[in-house]
Design a protein around this ligand. Structure first.
Ligand code: CMC
Length: 434
C-alpha cells in the first residue's frame, strides 16, 4: 500500500519480512492516530493495549480534552466559559445537537424537558422491590434499565425521532429517579416534580420537600447543583462512555445501555471516587495525619490510593477540579457552612503537589476531589454523590450513544485478545484425572 505525503508510519514484521504503511489521521486538535483498521487483514496482526492507554476507539465531535494543558471543551467551548455563562440544560442542548441553542430553541427544549419529568406510575412501584438499605446507585442501575420495559414507543434505535425522545426522557426523568432512590432509602414520601421550578431546583424539591409544609428553594444551592451537573456533563471516551458505545454497538435499546454505563460509573476508580474521597478525608480526620496518608498512598504494598487524585488523561490540573475548588470555597462561604474536611482537603492537596512521588507522576486533583465537600454543604448524603455524577453525565452518555449510532458504518464492538491459555489438548475422562 502506498500513501501520498508523509502522513503514515511503516510497520514491519521482521519474522515474515512483511511491511505495511499505516495512515496517520489528524483531528481538529489533539494527538494524531494511526489507522490500523487493515492490519489484521493485510499483516495478520492485532495490536495489544490493555486499558486502551494508546488507543483511540472512535471518532467523535463532542468533547475534547487536552490532558497536557488541562483544557476541556464541549463542542469547542471551554468548560470555564460554559461554567460562567451557561446552564446545565443549555449544555445538554449543546452536547445533544452540536450547537448552542437560540432563545427560541432553548425555550422549546426547556419546556420539553420540564414536561417529561414524571415517571410511569408502574415504575414507581418498582422501588418497593429494593431493600431499604440498598445503595442508591444499585437502584439507579435497576430503574434506568427498567425504563426499557415502560417506554416501548421510543426504543426503535433506527428512528432518529425515537432516539431523540429517549434522550429527552432520560434527561427529564433522571432527577425524579435519583431523588426517589434517596426518599425510598429514608422511607419517606416520593414528591412529584413541579413544572414551575428549574432543573436543579426541581431536583432539590424532590430530594428535600415534605407534603406537610412548603419547601423554599435555596437559590445558592440550586445554582451550585446546576454547576455540578454541568461540570460532569461529558468527558470523552472514559470507561462509562466507552461502555455505552460498546453496549449500543450490539443495537441494544438506549435504557439498557445507560444502565450498563451507570454500573461502570459506580466503580471507585471512576465516578465512585467522589464518595471515596469523603470517606478518605474523614478517615484522615486532621491535618496532623496527612503525612501518614501520603506515605500510605506511595507504598506499593498498600492498596490505599489518594482518592480524587490522578487521571488517565490529565497530566496537569483537571480544569473541572479548579472550578470545583472555587465553587467549594464560595458555596461554603455563602451558605455559612464550616466543614473541617475542607481544611484537610486543601492541606492534603498542597502536601501532595509538593511531594516528589505525585509531582513526578504528574498526579493532580481531579473533578472528584472537591465535589463531595460541595455536596455535603448542600445536604446531599454521601451515598448519593455518585448518583449526582450519574445525573450530570447521562446527557454525555446519550450524546455519545447517538453519535455512535449515527456514524457512517456501525460495527459491533469486538476487541481481540492475546491468548495465553493452554494450547489445544484432548479431553481427559474424570476417572483418569490426577
Ligand atoms: N494515589 C497514589 N498513586 C497513584 C494515584 C493515586 N490516586 N493515581 C495514580 N497513581 C500512581 C500509580 O500507582 C502509578 O504509579 P507507578 O507508575 O509507580 O506504577 C502511576 O501513578 C500511574 O497511575 P495508573 O494507575 O497507571 O494510572 P491510570 O491512568 O491507569 O489510572 C486513575 C487513573 C484515575 C484510575 C488513578 O489515578 C486512580 O486510581 N485515582 C484515584 C481514583 C480517582 O480519583 N478516580 C476518579 C478519576 S476522575 C473522574 C472519573 O473518571 O470518574
Amino acid at each position: 500500500m502506498s500513501i501520498q505525503g508523509k502522513d503514515y508510519v511503516t510497520i514491519t514484521d521482521h519474522s515474515t519480512g512483511q511491511s505495511m504503511d499505516l495512515p496517520i489521521l489528524r483531528g481538529t486538535d489533539g494527538v494524531p492516530v494511526i489507522d490500523i483498521n487493515q492490519l489484521r487483514k493485510k499483516m495478520n496482526l492485532y495490536t495489544f493495549d490493555p486499558g486502551f492507554v494508546s488507543t483511540a476507539a472512535c471518532e467523535s465531535k463532542i468533547t475534547f480534552i487536552d490532558g497536557e494543558e488541562g483544557r476541556l471543551l464541549f463542542r469547542g467551548y471551554p468548560i470555564e466559559e460554559l461554567a460562567e455563562h451557561s446552564s446545565f440544560l443549555e449544555v445538554c442542548y449543546l452536547l445533544l445537537y452540536g450547537e448552542l441553542p437560540t432563545e427560541g430553541e432553548y425555550d422549546k427544549f426547556r419546556d420539553l424537558i420540564t414536561h417529561h419529568t414524571l415517571l410511569h406510575e408502574g415504575l414507581r412501584e418498582f422501588y418497593k422491590g429494593f431493600r431499604r438499605d440498598a445503595h442508591p446507585m444499585a437502584i439507579m442501575v435497576g430503574i434506568l434499565g427498567a425504563m426499557s420495559a415502560f417506554y416501548h414507543d421510543s426504543l426503535d434505535i433506527s428512528d432518529p425521532n425515537s432516539r431523540e425522545v429517549s434522550a429527552h426522557r432520560l434527561i427529564a426523568k433522571i432527577p425524579t429517579i435519583a431523588a426517589w432512590a434517596y426518599r425510598y432509602s429514608k422511607g419517606e414520601p416520593f414528591p412529584y416534580p413541579r413544572n414551575e421550578l428549574g432543573y436543579a431546583s426541581n431536583f432539590l424539591h424532590m430530594m428535600f420537600s415534605y407534603p406537610t409544609e412548603p419547601y423554599a428553594i435555596n437559590s445558592i444551592a440550586a445554582k451550585a447543583m446546576d454547576l455540578l451537573f454541568l461540570l460532569h456533563a461529558d468527558h470523552g471516551q472514559n470507561a462509562s462512555a466507552s461502555t455505552i458505545r460498546l453496549a449500543g454497538s450490539s443495537k441494544a435499546n438506549p435504557f439498557a445501555c445507560i444502565s450498563a454505563s451507570v454500573g461502570t460509573l459506580w466503580g471507585p476508580a471512576h465516578g465512585g471516587a467522589n464518595e471515596a474521597v469523603i470517606k478518605m478525608l474523614a478517615d484522615i480526620g486532621s491535618t496532623k495525619n496527612i503525612a501518614k496518608a501520603l506515605e500510605r498512598a506511595k507504598d506499593k504494598d498498600d492498596p490505599f490510593r489518594l482518592m480524587g487524585f490522578g487521571h488517565r488523561v490529565y497530566k496537569n490540573y483537571d480544569p473541572r477540579a479548579k472550578l470545583m475548588r472555587n465553587m467549594c470555597q464560595q458555596v461554603l462561604e455563602d451558605l455559612q457552612v464550616d466543614d473541617p474536611l475542607l481544611e484537610v482537603a486543601e492541606a492534603l492537596e498542597e502536601a501532595a503537589l509538593q511531594d516528589e512521588y505525585f509531582a513526578s507522576r504528574r498526579l493532580f486533583p481531579n473533578v472528584d476531589f472537591y465535589s463531595g465537600i460541595v455536596l455535603r454543604a448542600l445536604g446531599i448524603p454521601t451515598n448519593m454523590f455518585t448518583v449526582i455524577f450519574t445525573m450530570g453525565r447521562s446527557v454525555g452518555w446519550i450524546s455519545q450513544w447517538n453519535e455512535m449510532i449515527n456514524a457512517e458504518r456501525v460495527r459491533i464492538g469486538r476487541p481481540s485478545q492475546l491468548y495465553t491459555g493452554p494450547a489445544q489438548r484432548a479431553y481427559v475422562p474424570i476417572e483418569q484425572r490426577k
